[in-house]
Ligand binder design. Structure first.
Ligand code: X2X
Length: 345
């Protein structure tokens, strides 16, 4: 009897030791610090997405996983269109990235850049939280990264230093900075503007010097950067596209973590994403849109298009939609259109 108890006790000790040394061994492969890439840092919602995620992971893993934020895509010298390749290659360990910046490598992500596809926030949710979101995560997984959750940069509104934009004619010849994904050049050319592709790092001095007349980005950036001080006196809310953010981890890094830590990192991404989406929409979902009032209070003319005015932009950019649909994938775009038509408003 006594002998049996001793044996059982020994077995228990052995099991405990095995699991201890197993996880200790696994953790011996952990890096002292992981590098997270972002374009925009805190206090923008995008930057907060990264900070919330990193803070939650540190706390929930009791410091086993420490993450340092690299805003301004500084790990790749500010060239945001290279972020996805750098993630895949392990130059970057993890990221909260915009679908726009990864579109050059993952064509399907151009879906969110199809002009006037998503008329409201419910439409964005119908895509990211539904079958389209799942299909895109499978695609990202195949492309070599581990996607975990969705966040949001936001509806991209156009600002400029020249005149209020109410119709495509108002954009004629306007020199506008656009992101480095070719669908944007196509759209702004179709509208009669003069688009010029550059990174966000280059865009800011170009706006300040007047080398470009305007740009398009979510409006929280307008107030954070005080864009009225670089001559941006006109804002038009046209809601033509919105870019979601994706929380991802490099595959090798992911595989180096214990299943328990993987679960923590995944859940933290989901929690941070939810919180961040609310931040990104703050001031724009309330009936009186306080963010627009704040911008108007900076001496800026804010133009909200009537449905008829908006329709002229839809019509002018429709050929771009039709050109890009097969490149993104007819089936995926059809599924997106169906998901949006069936959305709960
Ligand atoms: O470059 C931009 O405009 C920005 C900051 O919105 C993105 O990275 C897509």
């Amino acid at each position: 009897m006594k002998f049996r108890r001793t044996l059982l006790g020994l077995a228990a000790v052995a099991t405990a030791l095995a699991s201890f040394s197993g996880s200790a061994l696994a953790q011996a492969n952990y890096k002292a610090e992981y590098k997270m890439s972002l374009v925009l840092g805190p206090p923008t919602p995008w930057g907060m997405a990264g900070k919330l995620w990193a803070d939650m992971v540190k706390e929930r893993t009791q410091g086993r996983i420490n993450i340092k934020l690299y805003p301004g895509v500084s790990l790749i010298q500010g060239d945001q269109t290279r972020e996805f390749s750098a993630l895949r290659q392990g130059v970057i360990d993890m990221a909260v990235g915009s679908t726009i910046n990864w579109s050059p490598q993952v064509k399907e992500l151009n879906l969110f850049s199809l002009p006037f596809l998503m008329p409201d926030y419910a439409a964005i949710d119908a895509l990211t939280q539904g079958e389209v979101g799942k299909a895109l995560f499978e695609r990202l997984d195949k492309a070599g990264v581990v996607p975990l959750a969705w966040g949001e940069n936001g509806y991209r509104e156009v600002t400029n230093s020249k005149r209020p934009i109410k119709s495509p004619a108002d954009m004629k010849g306007m020199k506008l900075r656009v992101v480095g994904s070719p669908i944007y050049s196509d759209m702004f050319s179709a509208l009669g503007a003069n688009p010029t592709q550059m990174s966000w790092a280059d865009a800011q001095p170009a706006l300040a010097s007047g080398a470009v007349d305007g740009q398009e980005n979510p409006l929280f950036l307008f107030t954070v950067l005080k864009m009225h001080n670089v001559g941006q006196k006109y804002v038009t809310t046209w809601g033509y596209v919105a870019d979601p953010l994706v929380f991802v981890v490099n595959k090798e890094i992911w595989n180096s973590w214990t299943p328990a830590d993987q679960a923590i990192v995944r859940q933290a991404a989901i929690d941070a994403g939810k919180e961040e989406i609310a931040l990104a929409r703050k001031g724009l979902v309330e009936a009186d849109k306080p963010l627009l009032k704040e911008i108007a209070g900076m001496g800026v003319t804010v133009t909200q298009l009537t449905p008829a005015e908006r329709e002229a932009f839809v019509k002018a950019t429709r050929p771009v939609y039709d050109k890009w649909k097969p490149q993104i994938g007819n089936k995926l775009v059809d599924l997106a259109e169906k998901s949006i038509a069936a959305r709960k408003k």
